[in-house]
Design a protein around this ligand. Structure first.
Ligand code: GLN
Length: 449
């Protein structure tokens, strides 16, 4: 554990991935574990883990990257965190993130700008940018992130690590501060596919405290990896819409080479269509902002979070507390979300988006009639320079290939498949599958490693 802290001290001044580091606590916990000796029943015995700072963990603050929750210290563990602790993991630190998980670069954090360990002029991706950067900087082997519209996969691809967004309902969301409740999932960021499989096995499962968590058995994901040595008989769909214009040449080259490798391992590739892709961004941002506006209504300065010192009366207190507590992007989304849900606009925006969401799901259903998994890029480009995407719309366009999986509730993962020829930055290949196909997805990913 002291080696881990040493590595952290060497890298953290440049990367700034972490918010709260539990220095003394981890050393004490590790010492105690050493005294008791390894426990074979604990698959993550003694493994330091980092949590995105919207996962509640006893003994640490949970800020969500926001002034609003700067001092919020939950008194309970999220279910995923509870599972990690039971499996013997040691909580090392909380990771920086875009405020309330809104963003694709971690530039929206109220506290600090995390840098990409591969090139510190560039962003790590977001919103789980701290979680990806800490693993990429070798500060710890495992972190948890959350993915509402790509926030595990995008930073994983920008930082060259493995990132897995499980099927909606596979992992309990209890104790995760909600952004878009019908889209959110917790998942691991790791150096290897095997580690991702191991961590998923630990955090997955039914939880009566999250009514959307699914009550179906958790397979032995690690054993499933060991069973697969080639990809014979596996059909991989290449969605036409994901391999078209807008894709940077270096991302296309690296991803095509990875698909060739999949073919070399025996997979058959088939062309498929996801014809609603062009509507995905509009649909996602309506649904996500609507849900966010509702989820964030609880931060009113009364129950928890920041309260202004200057209020003259009640409404003024709400307004000032929220204006002071929330950053620009969060305020923009609350306003937009409230607008699309308001009477008179609900039918034109929210209801329409819900209908298109259904069509997007149908697209996937049709595609999976002719293939087992889909492969495509995670993002049209590699990591961009800090400050380069100041226009929110430009930032939203980064999510084009990741948000559909959330709208459809499907699992997806990002795998590092090399460095871009011009940028010298990591490129991620995305695999997506039908609901609860994590075993197949992880198996294919493991073969590609
Ligand atoms: N970039 C997307 C957004 O800002 C995705 C965020 C996420 O997955 N948490 O909404």
């Amino acid at each position: 554990m002291s080696d881990c802290l040493k590595r952290l001290d060497e890298t953290e001044p440049a990367v700034r991935a972490l918010l709260e580091v539990r220095r003394e606590e981890v050393l004490a916990e590790a010492e105690e574990m050493d005294r008791q000796g390894p426990n074979p029943a604990q698959p993550l015995w003694g493994i330091p883990v980092v949590l995105k700072d919207l996962l509640c963990a006893r003994g640490t603050k949970t800020t969500c990257g926001s002034r609003m929750l700067e001092e919020f210290a939950p008194v309970y563990d999220a279910t995923a965190v509870e599972h990690l602790r039971q499996a013997g993991a040691v909580l090392l630190a909380k990771a920086n993130m875009d405020e309330f998980a809104m963003g694709s670069s971690t530039e929206n954090s109220a506290f600090q700008r995390t840098r990409n360990p591969w090139n510190t002029d560039c962003v790590p991706g977001g919103s789980s940018g701290g979680s990806a950067a800490t693993v990429a900087a070798r500060q710890c082997p495992v972190s948890l992130g959350t993915d509402t519209g790509g926030s595990i996969r995008l930073p994983a691809s920008f930082c060259g690590v493995v990132g897995l967004k499980p099927t909606y309902g596979r992992v309990s969301r209890f104790g995760m501060v909600a952004y878009g409740s019908s889209l959110d999932q917790i998942g691991p960021l790791t150096r290897s596919v095997e580690d991702a499989a191991r961590v998923l096995g630990v955090i997955a499962g039914h939880d009566r405290r999250d009514s959307t968590s699914v009550d179906c058995p958790v397979p032995d994901y690690v054993a499933a990896l060991q069973q697969r040595t080639d990809l014979k008989g596996l059909r991989i769909g290449l969605p036409e819409e994901y391999w078209r214009e807008g894709l940077s040449p270096e991302v296309e080259t690296a991803c095509r080479a990875a698909v060739e490798t999949l073919r070399g391992l025996g997979a058959e590739t088939v062309p498929v269509r996801l014809s609603m892709t062009e509507y995905a961004i509009a649909t996602y941002y309506i649904v996500a902002m609507a849900e966010a506006s509702s989820n964030l209504a609880r931060f009113d300065g009364v129950r928890y979070g920041h309260r202004t010192r200057e209020a003259s009366e009640l409404i003024d207190m709400y307004t000032r507390s929220r204006t002071e507590g929330f950053g620009d992007e969060v305020q923009r989304r609350i306003i937009m979300g409230t607008y699309v849900l308001s009477s008179g606009y609900y039918d034109a925006y929210y209801r329409k988006a819900a209908q298109v969401r259904r069509l997007l799901r149908d697209d996937f259903r049709k595609a999976f009639a002719s293939c087992d998994l889909l492969a495509g890029p995670v993002c049209p480009s590699t990591a961009f320079r800090v400050g380069d995407k100041a226009d929110p719309l430009q930032m939203y366009l980064m999510d084009i290939f990741t948000i559909s999986a959330n709208l459809a509730g499907l699992p997806g993962m990002s795998l590092p498949v090399g460095l871009g020829e011009t940028s010298n930055l990591p490129v991620g290949l995305q695999l997506m599958g039908p609901a609860f196909s994590e075993e197949t997805m992880l198996g294919a990913a493991h073969c590609l490693e």
